[in-house]
Design a protein around this ligand. Structure first.
Ligand code: PAF
Length: 261
């Protein structure tokens, strides 16, 4: 389970999911903690990314990990030995979402995930659904590389007010933390609309009412992340709240109400 550390309750759920899966296969759970410099397109974002290794080690042990690999930068990127950036799948370059707002990000993610896969040789990799485009990118990359690794999605874990758990939440000021639940609120409103255009309008309206100007707020195909939607769709939002970049997503349309009995 690759992570960048600053682990929270959402990560602990991912480790528990990995633990349950590993137990069924007599396998072991290895968590990697590495703040990967090559996927940050802003050096200030890299510098202020929270680093909490001691707490991370305790969280991994409590959630049932067998081992933590927290490599030094020289282990991942040995001096004098360039680590290749794999060919990027279309979903990493075409949708105009994370790819457009964080240029170079997926090149860094694919580079480090390939490298971590080489170092750990896993049978499966667990990745959170909160980073939905990343999940699709890693799936497509792993398939294209012919690696026999199952990419296992793990559901987003939320705070009681709906905010998706994220290592970046701890960077939010009290005011920004109070404003941030407008994102899951907007997503819930969009999920209740039955066509993409009204859903995207509902997203923008709700975010604007909450004082948030999104980088994107869209309904897209769940796999390609292109418009129009195919059989399965996703609503996706990215926004800076008080200077902290947050992302979130959910299936679209949302689950219909259970019929009254
Ligand atoms: O999602 C993350 O935390 C990172 O992008 C990942 C997959 C660990 C690669 O550094």
């Amino acid at each position: 389970m690759p992570t960048m550390g600053a682990l929270h309750a959402g990560h602990a759920e991912l480790v528990r999911l990995a633990r349950a899966r590993a137990d069924r296969r007599a396998a072991r759970v290895v968590v990697t903690v590495f703040v990967n410099p090559t996927q940050f397109n802003e050096s200030a974002d890299f510098d202020r990314y929270p680093r909490t290794l001691d707490a991370d080690l305790r969280a991994c042990a409590d959630a049932g990990a067998d081992a933590v690999l927290a490599p030094a930068p020289d282990t991942v990127y040995p001096p004098g030995r360039p680590i290749p950036v794999p060919d990027l799948p279309g979903v990493a370059t075409e949708p105009g979402l994370e790819d457009a707002f964080r240029p170079g990000h997926f090149a860094g993610v694919c580079q480090v995930v390939s490298r971590l896969f080489d170092l750990t040789e896993p049978a499966a990799g667990v990745f959170g659904e909160k980073d939905w485009q990343q999940l699709q990118v890693i799936r497509a990359m792993t398939l294209a590389q012919g690696r026999p690794i199952d990419i296992v999605p793990a559901p987003t874990v939320r705070e009681p007010d709906g905010l998706a758990m994220s290592s970046r939440n701890r960077l939010l000021s009290p005011e920004a933390r109070a404003a941030a639940p407008a994102i899951p609120r907007a997503i819930r409103r969009a999920a209740a609309c039955d066509r993409p255009e009204p859903a995207e309008r509902a997203l923008t309206d709700e975010l604007t009412a909450g004082g948030i100007a999104p980088e994107y707020a869209v309904v897209r195909d769940a796999e390609t992340l292109l418009a129009p939607c195919g059989r399965s769709c996703r609503v996706l939002v990215a926004a800076r709240v008080g200077g902290v970049r947050l992302i979130d997503n959910a299936p679209w349309p949302g689950p219909s109400e259970a019929p009254a009995t």
